[in-house]
Design a protein around this ligand. Structure first.
Ligand SMILES: [Zn+2]
Length: 403
């Protein structure tokens, strides 16, 4: 096993190495072709954009993304040799840029394969250029901070500290500090990233301002951003300190003011309960846990003089952490969504309007209302059906579904 890894890392000739990287890319393209076929099959059978889009989401989430993660790790083993010619920081920059290029090549190719099908099913018209721009931004927003944190950790390693505890705290403090920093800085760039402008509708602005007053929160800045071409009906709130509210113009155009109000009331619920901040704290808890378990393992080795098997050590160190930041975090997200819905009702949104708003969001985005139970565990939001049920339970109101 170790021999195989070192062969891949340094033993292979360059030609073989690059062919293998190419092969990894082609696997991803092939997978997208299979997905396209499966999605079209569902679409032809059901004639329902919702069912087809749901199939696509499931394949994306459980197949294509997983495949991308596996192939990106393999790619990194194959190209890490080329980074050794650089200095310490250069190596991380090299690997970050290599990952970015690799992801872009895969995703642009996959986009070209699925684009026509997707546009046909949903009736979207977003240009390829803008879709590629969205992809690039998404990866940059993720890889940029990851690369930066990696570089900083490397340099922190060079600071000599006597105590292991201080060293452990330093390793934990850097990612945590950076996470807070990014969350503070990023909101300033959101209007640019989303190409947003000030919300035009003065009447709606007034209604939303009143909603903020009712919730006892200082007024926010309201923006609208272009989403008509990609048919995204959405509203989001960013900013730990100064909240900014963004509403997609596709949503503005297709929803009633009361429904938009209900959606924003939900977002205000997130603000009121300081959900963004709590999510960060949740992650801090995870990192602290890893550092703590790491030092416990160290302590055990020193105290007993026995060496823990490296794979067992890694399993103890990372197993619970990975569960915590995946399924655990998602569960935490969903509990926050529930609280935000609850808050919207508390500040006077009528349950009927709330449910109408949810169903409208689902229709505009071509989402199915119900999810399989296991599937739901992997989502950031509870299904529409579950949220509606929840709203009915809290308010005692029974929604009459129109046929
Ligand atoms: Zn929410």
């Amino acid at each position: 096993m170790d021999k195989l890894v070192s062969l891949i890392i340094s033993g292979l000739p360059n030609g073989v190495r690059l062919s293998l990287v190419l092969f990894l890319i082609i696997i991803n393209y092939g997978a997208e072709f299979l997905v396209k076929r499966a999605v079209l099959k569902v679409y032809h059978k059901t004639n329902s954009p919702e069912e087809a889009v749901n199939k696509l989401r499931i394949y994306n989430q459980y197949f294509l993304v997983v495949l991308q993660i596996i192939t990106i790790v393999a790619m990194e083993f194959l190209v890490v040799k080329y980074s050794t010619r650089y200095g310490k920081a250069g190596r991380i920059v090299f690997m970050t840029v290599a990952s970015f290029v690799f992801l872009m090549v895969i995703n642009i190719g996959q986009l070209l394969i699925i684009n026509k099908t997707y546009q046909r099913i949903r009736g979207t018209t977003q240009s390829l250029f803008n879709q590629v721009r969205d992809l690039a931004l998404t990866f940059l927003l993720f890889l940029g901070p990851a690369g930066l944190i990696g570089t900083m950790m490397l340099f922190a390693d060079e600071i000599k500290v006597e105590s292991d505890v201080v060293a452990g705290m330093l390793t934990a403090a850097i990612p945590i500090g950076m996470m807070f920093l990014f969350n503070l800085i990023l909101p300033f760039f959101y209007p640019k990233i989303l190409k947003a402008s000030a919300l035009e509708d003065a009447g709606l602005r007034e209604r939303l301002n009143q909603l903020f007053a009712k919730a006892g929160i200082k007024p926010a800045q309201f923006y609208q951003w272009p989403t008509k071409e990609k048919k995204v009906a959405n509203a989001l709130v960013v900013g730990l300190v100064k909240p900014k509210v963004f509403i997609g113009d596709y949503y503005l155009e297709n929803a009633e003011p009361g429904e938009i109000e209900a959606t924003i009331a939900h977002e205000i619920g997130h603000l009121k309960h300081k959900h963004l901040f709590k999510r960060l704290l949740y992650l801090v808890g995870g990192i602290a846990e890893v550092v703590l378990v790491g030092s416990l393992l160290d302590w055990y080795e020193k105290a007993t003089g026995k060496e823990i098997n490296i794979y067992l050590g890694l399993a103890i160190l990372l197993g619970p952490f990975l569960l915590y930041i995946s399924l655990g975090l998602l569960q935490y997200y969903r509990s926050q969504e529930k609280k935000a819905d609850e808050f919207a009702l508390e500040i006077g949104i009528k349950p009927e309007v709330m449910i109408n708003a949810l169903l409208k969001l689902g229709r505009l985005n071509h989402m199915v209302t119900k999810l399989k139970k296991l599937d739901e565990r992997f989502q950031t939001h509870p299904s529409m059906a579950r949220r509606i049920e929840q709203i009915e339970k809290i308010s005692g109101y029974k929604y009459e579904f129109k046929q």
